[in-house]
Design a protein around this ligand. Structure first.
Ligand code: SF4
Ligand code: SF4
Length: 443
C-alpha cells in the first residue's frame, strides 16, 4: 500500500490495516476457488466461501454494510488456510485480506469481557514470556506423568466444563526439558562445516515439540550445518497475525530481526509451516516502518523452511532403512502460504525402505489452523473426519507432516477415526525431519 493510500484511509476514518482496495479489486468473482475451500465444501454456503467472504469485505470497506454478527461469524469460520490463494487465477492475496479483516474487527468490535482479558493475556503475555510457557509445560508434564490426566479422562470430569471437555483430547504431551534450555547454544556440524544457520524455536513448540526441535538440529548437523539457537529470538507472531493483532506481530518481528540479522547466517530455519509463512512476510508486516523495512527484506531473503533448505542442498544420503508406508499431509501455510510442496515429498522419498504413498486431497486443511481447532471446534472436527477418510483410504503406517499444529490435530484424528495401522500405531504422526533423523540414526 502506498503511503498516500495509507494517509487517505486514516483521513476517511478507516483502520490503516483494514483490507486494501487494490487486493479486493483483484477478485473477479469467477468462483474457481470454491471447491478448494474446506468450509465451503462442508457447508455449501456462499458466504462461507472465499468469494463470499471477499464480497462481504467489499461491503464493509465501501460502507455499504456495517460489521454485523454475521460478518464476524463468517470471518471467524475461515481457517485462513489459503487454499483459495493457490486455486485463484487472479492472484487474490486472500491470506493478507483475512488477516486485515480480522485486524479491523479487533479494532472496531472489541471482544466482550472476560474473553477480551483472556485473549489479551494469552497473546500479550503467555506466548511471549518464556518462563511462563516453561512453567505451563512443567505443570502439564506433572499432570500427565502423575496419572492425573488419565484419571480425569476416565471419570469424565471435564465434561462438566462444557467446551473444555470437547478439546481436552487435543492437549499435546508436554516435553521436559523444553527447547528453551537450548537457547544460546551452538551445535557444530558433523564433518566439514558447509553452512552456518540459525534455528527458530517459536513459542509453544518449545514446550510441546522440544524433541522435534532437537531432531531438526541433529539432521542439520548431519548435513554440514553449524546450528546456532539465538538466545534473543522471540515468538514469530504468526498466531497474533492470524488473530488480527497486527501491532503485536510488528513488535515481535522487530525483535527477531534485531536478534538474528546482525550475525551473518546462511539461512534462518523454521520447522513449522505456520511460523515460516509469517516470518517470510515480515517485509509486508513492516512495510511502513522506515527503520525496519529494508532489514526485514534481508531477513526474509534468509528465511527457509527446513524441508525447503534440505531439499536445496546436496542431502547427506548416509541413511539407514525406515521400513514404513508413509503418506504426507501438507501444512497449509507451507504449501499454500510458502508454496513449498515438492520438497517434503522429495525428502521422504530419499529415505531407504520408506514407501511413500500420496493420499487424496493432501493439500486440503486438516482443521488445525493455528488455534482454529480450539475456537471453532465443531467445524474443525468435521474437517478432520474428512481428512481421516482420505488418509485411511491409502492405508499408511504413519502420516508425515511439517507443522506441529497439524501433527496434534492428525494424532487426535488417528485416535478418533484411524483405521488399520493408523489406529494401532502409538506414534501415528511424524514430522518429515523426525523420519530423516530416524534414518540417520539407523545408518
Ligand atoms: S482461507 Fe481456507 S477456509 Fe478461508 S476462504 Fe480460503 S480456502 Fe476457505
Ligand atoms: S478469489 Fe480468485 S478464484 Fe475466488 S472468486 Fe475471486 S478471483 Fe475467482
Amino acid at each position: 500500500m502506498a503511503a498516500s493510500e495509507l494517509a487517505s484511509r486514516v483521513k476517511e476514518g478507516r483502520h490503516p490495516d483494514a483490507p486494501q482496495q487494490k487486493d479486493l479489486d483483484k477478485c473477479v468473482h469467477c468462483g474457481l476457488c470454491l471447491n478448494a475451500c474446506p468450509t465451503y465444501r462442508e457447508l455449501g454456503v456462499e458466504m462461507d466461501s472465499p468469494r463470499g467472504r471477499i464480497y462481504q469485505m467489499v461491503q464493509v470497506a465501501t460502507g455499504a454494510a456495517p460489521i454485523t454478527d454475521g460478518y464476524l461469524e463468517h470471518m471467524s469460520l475461515c481457517l485462513g488456510c489459503r487454499a483459495c490463494e493457490t486455486a485463484c487465477p487472479s492472484g487474490v492475496p486472500y491470506g493478507r485480506l483475512i488477516e486485515a479483516a480480522r485486524t479491523e474487527i479487533q479494532a472496531r468490535v472489541p471482544r466482550r469481557a472476560p474473553w477480551r482479558q483472556i485473549e489479551n493475556f494469552a497473546f500479550g503475555t503467555l506466548l511471549v514470556t518464556p518462563w511462563m510457557l516453561r512453567l505451563l509445560g512443567a505443570g502439564l508434564w506433572l499432570h500427565q506423568k502423575s496419572g492425573l490426566e488419565t484419571l480425569v479422562r476416565k471419570t469424565g470430569l471435564l465434561k462438566l466444563f462444557g467446551p473444555l471437555g470437547k478439546i481436552e483430547h487435543l492437549t499435546p504431551e508436554a516435553q521436559l526439558p523444553t527447547f528453551y534450555s537450548n537457547y544460546g547454544k551452538v551445535y557444530f556440524a558433523e564433518g566439514p562445516r558447509k553452512y552456518r544457520v540459525a534455528m527458530l524455536g517459536g513459542c509453544i513448540a518449545n514446550v510441546f515439540f522440544a524433541r522435534l526441535h532437537e531432531a531438526t538440529v541433529r539432521v542439520l548437523q548431519k548435513n554440514g550445518c553449524e546450528v546456532v539457537v539465538p538466545a534473543a529470538q522471540v515468538c514469530c507472531g504468526a498466531l497474533h497475525a492470524h488473530a488480527g493483532r497486527r501491532e503485536e506481530t510488528r513488535a515481535l518481528a522487530r525483535k527477531n530481526i534485531d536478534a538474528l540479522l546482525m550475525t551473518n547466517f546462511d539461512a534462518i530455519i523454521s520447522n513449522t509451516g505456520g511460523c515460516g509463512a509469517t516470518l517470510k512476510e515480515y517485509h509486508e508486516i513492516l512495510e511502513h516502518d522506515e527503520a525496519y523495512h529494508d532489514k526485514a527484506k534481508v531477513f526474509v531473503s534468509k528465511m527457509k523452511d527446513v524441508n525447503e533448505f534440505l531439499a536445496s542442498i546436496d542431502l547427506n544420503k548416509n541413511m539407514g532403512r525406515v521400513e514404513r508406508r508413509v503418506t504426507y499431509q501438507d501444512s497449509c501455510h507451507l504449501c499454500h502460504g510458502q508454496k513449498v510442496k515438492a520438497a517434503p515429498r522429495q525428502l521422504l522419498k530419499s529415505i531407504p525402505g520408506l514407501e511413500f504413498v500420496e493420499m487424496p486431497a493432501s493439500d486440503v486443511c486438516c482443521g488445525s489452523a493455528g488455534i482454529y481447532n480450539v475456537v471453532e471446534n465443531d467445524m474443525a472436527e468435521e474437517i478432520l473426519a474428512s481428512k481421516m477418510r482420505n488418509a485411511n483410504s491409502v492405508a499408511p503406517d504413519q502420516i508425515a507432516s511439517s507443522n506441529p499444529g497439524c501433527m496434534i490435530q492428525l494424532a487426535a484424528g488417528c485416535k478418533l477415526h484411524g483405521t488399520g495401522k493408523l489406529k494401532d500405531n502409538a506414534v501415528p504422526v511424524r514430522h518429515v525431519v523426525e523420519l530423516l533423523d530416524e534414518a540417520y540414526r539407523n545408518a
